[in-house]
Design a protein around this ligand. Structure first.
Ligand SMILES: Nc1ncnc2c1ncn2[C@@H]1O[C@H](COP(=O)(O)OP(=O)(O)OP(=O)(O)O)[C@@H](O)[C@H]1O
Length: 360
């Protein structure tokens, strides 16, 4: 005999495509009525005009098709009431009350934080952050990026995110997912790319909101794209995330490494472990020959000064035809990022020691 339980059991594996949890657990199946071998099912979405409505509709229909004894059904898709949305948010928070410390700022969080910093602007810090994140995802890690470069946010552009915005469920934001990476950036909150003029305390608040009001789900690694130099933001992040580790990006030029050294020294003074140096735009390879267009040895000099290693040298090269800044896995840059991701995965997640990179 057809039962309500059989229908709920069939719907349990259907997930909300944004938060990747069961629609039954999230309270999205509002009502199931059985009448002989016919059923009426009401599924509710968090917001009217939910962009993933069609996907949820198709998944629910496919799941209902598997229920034994169900000959026909009426499926309606409605919108949640305020109470239903409150319950939805509670499930997302894992049953924690709204005021609790955001899961990511909990001292026992399993997520590893890595701040990607540079001394000068334009050395490729954001490109490195985005490509490292993608390489980590390619290896199976769950990765998020907070674009903390509040004035010069460029992460969405590198991912080719144009019109997409985070979904807002009351006061809870769902990050935009690009190439499997969860992304939050000031870019999403600034109309028409207007310049941001917030200062000190407002910036800290903004960063806190990025942790507290965004549903990140379970993450292995959170990368923070820091503004260049040693500003308020770097201090805020160091205070907010005492266990965060640091990657320093430089080019091989001497003046780039000199400023980067100050950033590294600040990390050391605030007891933040430096994972290593990434030398970007190290050389240009053509006809089997390496051309050191920006000089040679800057990464090594910086690593020596900061008593750390050069983890990788990334060659110069255009990203891809689509105009964004993510390198395909089979390019020399993509391969360099895969190597870096492997080292980072081992260093921060497996806690194993790795051998330093041997210079090209
Ligand atoms: N390995 C590379 N080869 C060629 N171009 C690169 C490479 N890495 C980065 N670039 C380019 O260099 C420019 C600066 O990169 P990016 O915006 O990532 O730097 P940044 O250090 O984050 O700068 P800022 O802090 O000023 O935002 C971009 O146009 C980017 O596409």
């Amino acid at each position: 005999m057809l039962t309500k339980q059989a229908i709920l059991d069939a719907l349990r594996p259907v997930q909300d495509p944004e938060v990747h949890k069961s629609i039954v657990e999230l309270g999205m199946v509002r009502n199931v009525e059985i009448d002989g071998d016919h059923a009426k099912i009401e599924v509710v979405l968090t917001i009217a005009g939910c962009p993933l409505r069609n996907k949820i509709d198709a998944d629910v229909r496919a799941a209902l098709g598997t229920v034994e004894g169900l000959k026909s059904f009426d499926l309606t898709l409605g919108t949640m009431t305020d109470e239903e949305r409150a319950k939805f948010r509670e499930v997302l928070r894992g049953g924690q009350p709204e005021q609790a410390t955001p899961p990511l700022l909990d001292p026992n969080t399993k997520t590893q934080f890595i701040a990607v910093a540079s001394g000068k602007g334009g050395v490729g810090k954001s490109t490195v952050t985005a490509n490292l994140a993608v390489a980590l995802v390619r290896m199976g890690y769950r990765v998020g990026i907070i674009d903390a470069d509040i004035y010069g946010f460029s992460i969405p552009g590198i991912f080719g995110i144009r019109d997409q915005k985070p979904t807002l469920i009351d006061n809870l934001l769902l990050p935009v997912v690009a190439e499997g990476v969860k992304v939050i950036s000031m870019h999403f909150f600034v109309p028409d790319n207007r310049p941001v003029i917030w200062r000190g305390p407002m910036l800290g608040k903004m960063m806190r909101n990025f942790f507290a009001e965004v549903h990140w789900g379970d993450l292995d690694i959170m990368l923070l794209d820091m503004p260049p130099g040693t500003g308020d933001m770097a201090l805020d992040v160091h205070q907010m995330l005492p266990k965060s580790k640091e990657l320093i990006v430089t080019t091989p030029q001497f003046n780039a490494t000199e400023v980067a050294a100050r950033v590294g020294t600040m990390a050391l003074q605030t007891n933040h472990e430096i994972l290593g140096v990434i030398e970007n735009m190290s050389f240009f390879e053509a006809g089997g020959q390496k051309h050191y267009i920006f000089g040679k040895g800057g990464g090594e000099r910086l690593a020596l000064e900061l008593k750390t290693d050069v983890l990788v040298q990334i060659p110069i090269g255009a990203a891809n035809e689509t105009g964004d800044g993510i390198y395909d896995a089979d390019t020399p840059q993509g391969e360099a990022y895969a190597k870096l991701a492997k080292t980072i995965g081992r260093k921060v997640l497996d806690q194993a020691m790795t051998e330093p990179y041997t210079q090209a």
